[in-house]
Design a protein around this ligand. Structure first.
Ligand SMILES: [Cu+2]
Length: 471
């Protein structure tokens, strides 16, 4: 079944052309402080998640908006953000995918004290990698991120990348009541936590239901996709146009054409696509979320106006490399087995005789990693690695659900099944389907205490979290 596309007048149409599009697309207020900090106020607000002609939904947002303002910084520059907590509860910001100093990672009780209401915290660090990143709350994540506390972070390459447009698309799903309110009654649902996490049936791109993106024929568009959902794995398909994958999880990949222009993003994943607008003027192509129940068109690339050039551009060079480790020392690697277990239909829950109902007991631990259920900051570290050591982690998923395993402070390679060869890209979050095993490898080159956890936030909060130490 195909969801009907709203009439054009109800769709949001991007104004402007060229590289100005990104800043026109999302709020980017100038909230500077005298000392060079970008002030980011976390507070309640409202967002028109269902479109301009529907009543807004109450949210929590950075500067009150969903998504929060797009932050831009150039690689090698210092990011300075002052988080001001104007929420009724404590919060923090995690800079997802950034290989930053440990004290700036924004993990409560592991790298910093939570920021109390009325208090502020200064995040300040040099950004090592160019690419598409995002920031979000890491405190009571399943609620705070679901209320809207997330935003995009674009780290620009040292020299401008040769594209005609650069568009950030942050995707989310929401569980709304019939009146359009965020369904707060089902926050911390035990049922969600024990199953696939909180899934919503209302989809948004940049905080609205759909987006029209006017393009000119033969333009090259860089689409920066971010999956900001709590738990939804998003299979995406671009109609009628080729999608060249240039980067995944912020890091440049060896470019490749996505087969049938399909790409699946787990919670937390990003992808940078180059798309050449090869359709004739007047034609359009949709970016579709292939949900099990319906195909949901999220974005329409609408070709209009005079062509940008007579023919599409040639094959692009790869994005400039970031300073990632070039080799790994597998013979001397620290090898860790990290089986993922628990959840509904698991022996763990059968033994405990849990009766799924409403409300997660704060002590509910229904998922385990290597036999341990943890908040990710209590208990001993999962392992300790000397700085510079190669670490290989095997994660057999022995549960009935997929998991999106996220590593803090490092990017990793996804290893082949038969040997230690790897896929031609880096990741910071990998989706592991049920009853499958993923093996990842990274160089533990960033000192500190780092989390590894499921980015399905309801799983993270019910045990599927751990931390490790690089000394
Ligand atoms: Cu999970």
């Amino acid at each position: 079944m195909r969801a009907p596309a709203p009439p054009l007048s109800r769709r949001r149409v991007l104004a402007g052309t060229g590289l100005a599009v990104v800043s026109a697309l999302l709020p980017r207020a100038a909230h500077g402080a005298a000392d060079g900090f970008r002030i980011l106020r976390a507070h309640p607000g409202s967002a028109r998640l269902r479109g301009p002609d529907q009543p807004p939904t109450a949210v929590w947002g950075y500067d009150g908006t969903v998504p929060g303002p797009v932050l831009r910084v150039r690689r090698g520059e210092e990011l300075r953000v002052r988080l001001v907590n104007e929420l009724p509860e404590e919060t923090v910001i995690h800079w997802h995918g950034l290989r930053l100093p440990n004290a700036m990672d924004g993990v409560p009780h592991l790298t910093q004290h939570p920021v109390a209401p009325g208090q502020s915290f200064d995040y300040r660090f040099v950004v090592p990698d160019a690419g598409t990143f995002w920031y979000h709350s890491h405190r009571f994540s399943s609620e705070q991120q679901e209320r809207g506390l997330y935003g995009g972070l674009i780290v620009e390459e040292p020299a401008p990348v040769d594209v005609d447009r650069d568009v950030l698309l942050i995707l989310d799903d929401w569980r709304l009541t019939p009146e359009g309110a965020n369904d707060e009654a089902s926050f911390r649902s035990f049922h969600d936590a024990a199953h696939a996490g909180r899934l919503g049936r209302h989809f948004t791109v940049n905080g609205g239901p759909t987006l029209d993106l006017p393009v000119r024929a033969n333009e090259r568009i860089r689409l920066r996709l971010v999956n900001a959902a709590n738990a939804r794995v998003m299979p995406l398909r671009l109609e009628r146009l080729a999608a060249r994958v240039m980067a995944i999880d912020g890091q440049p990949a060896e470019p490749f054409l996505a087969r049938e222009s399909r790409l699946t993003l787990g919670p937390g994943n990003r992808a940078d696509l180059f798309v050449d607008a090869t359709l004739e003027p007047g034609a359009s192509a949709a970016l579709i979320l292939e949900d099990v129940r319906a195909e949901v068109p999220l974005v329409r690339l609408v070709t209009e106006g005079p062509p940008a050039r007579a023919a599409p551009r040639g094959e692009p060079p790869p994005l400039p490399a970031n300073p990632l480790p070039e080799r790994m020392n597998f013979p001397a690697a620290l090898r860790i087995d990290l089986p993922l277990e628990g959840g509904a239909m698991s022996p763990l829950m059968m033994r405990r005789g849990e009766v799924p109902g409403h409300g997660i007991d704060p002590a509910a631990r229904i998922w385990t990693m290597a036999g341990q259920a943890s908040s990710g900051h209590d208990g001993p570290p999962l392992f300790s690695a000397k700085r510079g050591r190669t670490v290989v982690i095997a994660m057999p998923n022995r549960t009935a659900f997929p998991h999106a395993m996220h590593l803090h402070g490092h990017h990793f390679r996804l290893l082949d099944n038969l040997d230690d060869g790897w896929k031609p890209f880096w990741l910071d979050t990998v989706v592991i389907d049920r009853q499958r095993t993923a093996r990842i490898a990274f160089v533990a080159d960033n000192p500190g205490k780092w989390m590894i956890h499921c980015h399905m936030l309801e799983h993270q909060e019910t045990g599927m979290a751990a931390w490790f130490e690089v000394t």
